[in-house]
Design a protein around this ligand. Sequence first.
Ligand SMILES: [Zn+2]
Ligand SMILES: [Zn+2]
Length: 385
Amino acid sequence: MAELDQQQLHREMTAWRRDLHAHPEFGFEEKRTAAFVAEKLRAFGLEVAEGIGGTGVVGTLTRGSGDRAIALRADMDALRIAEQGTRAWRSQTPGTMHACGHDGHTAMLLGAAKLLAEEGGFDGAVRFIFQPAEEWGRGALAMIEDGLLERFPFEEIFGLHNMPGLPIGRFETRRGPVMSAEDNFEIVLKGLGGHAARPHAARETLVAACALVVNLQTIVSRRLSPVDIGVVSVTELITDGTRNALPGLARILGDCRSFRPEVSAAIEKEMRRIAEGTAQAYNVAAEVTYTREFVPLINDAALVDEALAAARTVLADDAVGIAAEPMTASEDFARFLTEVPGCFVFLGNGNSAPLHNPAYDFNDEGLLHGARFHAAVVRRRLAAG
Ligand SMILES: [Zn+2]
Ligand SMILES: [Zn+2]
């Protein structure tokens, strides 16, 4: 098949990326984005299914007679952040922006679809998965529960995320744990509010809440093994008190990170114990709600080696490497890895503002690297005779 003009493809991907950036949509509301993706995939000649897990899209490209199938995944959702800046392609939707670069991920995967549709060079089926609601940690599960793996089976899956601070063209991944689980918690302390001048007549909750915030610090420092990674962050403390009235109610909210289910379970167990004990000491009651939002992202060691080898065919050899440490941020891609083995990788976004920052923008210079990496993985894993 004819070789695609890659500079032309880069210009096209840049136009798609900027169009998507100007029209950001929140998780499970990606209607325009999904239609945009589906229309492009059909134009490239793929078989397309829409409305998978809400607004998800799956494109299938088949070549040769091989019966193997692999999946490539991009995320489509934006964040409720008001964009700063005067770029021509800035968000046209007040209060919503692509601050995580999912516009870039979508454009890169579309670019890979076009490249592979035109050039081939593989034997089997490629599933192009465009998932909704990554930021919520709900979109992957919605697609899985909608029969993704039964309707569009695949044996392994690859995904990527741009990374501010890494140079353009730099590629990193690691074996085993890459990104953490995220759990959320809310502890409600209930006592009896009263006059600020008569604390003995009340069972106020603020001193208890302050003690509890401090006591929760011992989960990581004194209950977890020093070799386990865990984070317990109290992020909010809200009471119903006012200047001259002691609160009868206090709410403590926060966020926990870990890489192993045992650690997440230990954090919850200790939190319940400490909340109950502290509440009892201060003569108030505690109610703990603990929810699991994201599972940890664990890369398959053999497929990490495959991804590194694929990356070296399209990027400078010294730009491809192993990331030294796992990250305590979370990623919904992890949910797919509970079903099939796979590998998640990072591509440099240069010196952009950080992810989730109002001044962030995906760097279009990286688009071709992402598209070529995706295509290289397909050609390596579904090698033609
Ligand atoms: Zn994000
Ligand atoms: Zn993201």
